[in-house]
Design a protein around this ligand. Structure first.
Ligand SMILES: [Zn+2]
Length: 423
């Protein structure tokens, strides 16, 4: 092993230092067998037996790479590779290995296995970094089986308490805490007391921008702010035949106009505004009854908090106008708010410099989705690295990414981590 005596502290890692792309790809394909679906995707819900199998496999690989494994009370896994100065804060990377019910092979899994590949590459080159380098696997990022999303990283960043997280129940009434015990990943390390020097997360873009612009690396500067709402429309159930049009209180008409209004709000705040109605429940949902009640979701996103506040005002105004016009009652209740995240300038520059040094095409990009990195950015300097995914599709079994792009992203991760950890 090289030591500080032979290498010195300010040496920059040679451009020639590269990850093994084939090994990374093989690890991805191996992990994707656990919970593999017939259409080529993965179904590995958080804290299920399959999640345990996935964790066991990756933890085994991390141990084989010489890392020390610690597990905290939220089931977050931390694999640490020692540095010369073990009193130093850890330079951390990672992501998640749980998936959506009909998820893909790359979302989350890529970030974890790119981190593993960084450790393996450092081992192969016999490099001892100054600061320790770690790989984290965050519990229940997807929020499919248990709400909230990004549960493990949220508890780590103290966005909510561990008790709150452990008490959350799935659709069968099983608590997060029970499920965590059952798979053997209720660890003893305290949640959130780990000193993190910086956090870098590699991830597929889950959108079409990099592919459309033929860029290999997204240098992620932050994430869109989000507001989620429950919106309900109340009119009156009535017979579809005898009730004249002018006498109706049709809640579905209100909801229908609201779908257009919500989209108009996003378009007014183009190109960065996003607004979506993804869920609607019509009552009584009967062919010959005028609907008296509609519940719908509204999801609004923007990188600028002031614009997000304006979108909030505009959609509430639109709801009020529609309700008055159609003689309905409307309630718009905000249920989730994530302020816009602005990643650390220095970490963003590290990613940018690494991509430049490696001669990779790149662009700055704002993440449209939330990631574990969004919560980590509240407690440590953070940035992310995006690579393209096919047709921008994710949360789908057909999610796909090119081996050379995944390799390039892992190389950027390697050099961003090395620049921070020092050799
Ligand atoms: Zn993810």
């Amino acid at each position: 092993m090289r030591t500080s005596e032979t290498v010195g502290e300010s040496i920059v890692a040679p451009t020639s230092l590269k990850v093994d792309g084939a090994r990374l790809w093989q690890s991805l394909m191996e992990l994707a067998k656990i919970g593999a679906t017939p259409k080529g995707g993965v179904r590995r819900l958080a804290l299920t037996d399959l999640d345990r199998q996935g964790r066991d496999l990756v933890v085994g690989w991390l141990r084989d790479a010489g890392a020390t494994i610690e597990i905290d009370g939220a089931g977050n896994i931390f694999a640490t590779r020692r540095g010369r100065d073990d009193t130093s804060r850890v330079v951390l990377t990672g992501s998640h290995v749980d998936t959506q019910p009909s998820g893909g092979k790359f979302d989350g899994n890529y970030g974890v296995l790119a981190g593993l590949e960084v450790l393996r590459t450092l081992n192969d080159a016999s490099i001892v970094t100054k600061k320790p380098v770690g790989v984290a696997i965050w519990t229940n990022e997807e929020g499919t089986r248990f709400i909230p999303t990004m549960g493990g990283s949220g508890a780590f960043a103290r966005v909510f308490t561990l008790d709150y997280l452990l008490g959350q129940r799935d659709i069968d009434g099983i608590s997060f805490g029970e499920a965590l015990h059952r798979i053997g990943y209720a660890g003893s390390a305290p949640v959130g007391e780990r000193a993190v020097d910086a956090y870098f997360e590699a991830h597929i873009e889950q959108g079409p921008i990099l592919e459309r612009e033929d860029k290999v690396i997204g240098v992620v500067t932050g994430a869109l702010g989000q507001r989620w709402y429950d919106c309900s429309w109340t009119g009156q159930d009535a017979h579809a035949g005898p009730t004249p049009m002018e006498a109706r209180h049709d809640a579905l008409r209100g909801a229908s106009r609201m779908v257009e209004a919500v989209n108009a709000v996003a378009l007014k705040h183009a190109p960065d505004g996003r607004a979506t109605v993804g869920f609607m429940q019509v009552k009584p949902n009967s062919r010959n009854v005028i609907p008296g009640q509609v519940a719908m979701s509204i999801d609004v996103r923007h990188p600028d908090d002031e614009a997000l506040a304006a979108m909030d005002r505009e959609l509430r105004e639109a709801a009020a106008v529609i309700a008055r016009d159609l003689r309905l009652e409307c309630d718009v209740r905000q249920v989730v708010e994530f302020p816009a995240s602005h990643f650390d300038d220095e970490c963003v520059s590290s990613v940018d410099r690494a991509a430049e040094m490696l001669g990779l095409s790149r662009r700055k990009i704002v993440s449209g989705a939330a990631h574990d990195a969004v919560y980590l950015s509240r407690v440590a300097p953070t940035s992310m690295i995006f690579v393209p995914c096919k047709d921008g599709i994710s949360h789908n079994e057909i999610e796909d990414a090119r081996p050379e792009h995944l390799e390039a992203g892992a190389n950027v991760l390697l050099h961003a981590v090395l620049a921070r950890a020092g050799i």
